[in-house]
Design a protein around this ligand. Structure first.
Ligand code: ZN
Length: 210
């Protein structure tokens, strides 16, 4: 059996919707309307492919599982390991078949970082990774960044958010002001060190925050 049959954008895809599960209807001056494909009922695959089952589930059923559910469903250690990584970064609720365009900014960022979690010796530079994130998402991001560091990677974050700054190992505070008025190192050290520096704006905010 050809494994491409189980990719909806390859051989196994429903021919009427090209494996998308829906058809877009052009509404001219309005946004396109998505209609569930009547041939596959939104399941994306041909009925032939859907008739193959593993432990009673077809490929559509499996893709509807959350990564947490799938981790219990599969016995293979390699598969479990990868799925558990998603749970660890707080994405255990995502469906396996969920498309990337439905993820929030925070979710896609965590997903990208999670895929590097098993690597060592990397150096990650993140420019204001918390912008647009909900506070619960910031907490998950921080956990993930700490895991990367614990696993032997370095993380450099350019950030204004005190939740992040207050939890770093080392701060390099650039100033004294923004843009052309800055560019000098005003203070550096642990958050506790920097909080004691009177001339550092970051330090002043940190001293109230810590
Ligand atoms: Zn279809």
């Amino acid at each position: 059996m050809n494994k491409n049959l189980f990719s909806s954008n390859s051989k196994g895809g429903c021919p009427d919707c090209a494996g998308l599960g829906f058809e877009s209807i052009n509404m001219h001056f309005m946004a396109d309307v998505k209609m569930i494909c009547e041939t596959c009922n939104g399941k994306k695959y041909t009925s032939g492919v859907l008739s193959y089952k593993f432990k009673g589930k077809n490929i559509h059923d499996v893709l509807e599982m959350t990564s947490e559910e799938a981790s219990n469903f599969f016995d293979d250690e390699q598969i479990k390991k990868r799925l558990n990584m998603l749970t660890e970064v707080g994405l255990g609720y995502l469906n396996l078949g969920q498309t990337l365009d439905t993820l929030s900014g925070g979710e896609s960022q965590r997903l990208k970082l999670a895929s590097n979690l098993h690597k060592k010796g990397g150096f990650y530079v993140l420019d204001e990774p918390t912008s647009g994130l909900h506070s619960s998402d910031i907490e998950k991001l921080l956990k993930l960044l700490n895991r990367l560091v614990d696993n032997g990677n370095s993380v450099l974050v350019i950030e204004h958010n005190l939740d992040v700054i207050g939890k770093t190992d080392w701060i390099i505070d650039l100033g004294p002001d923004g843009g052309d008025m800055g560019g000098q190192i005003v203070a550096q050290g642990t958050p506790e060190d920097v909080a004691k520096v009177i001339v550092s704006y970051t330090g002043q905010f940190l001293s109230k925050f810590l």
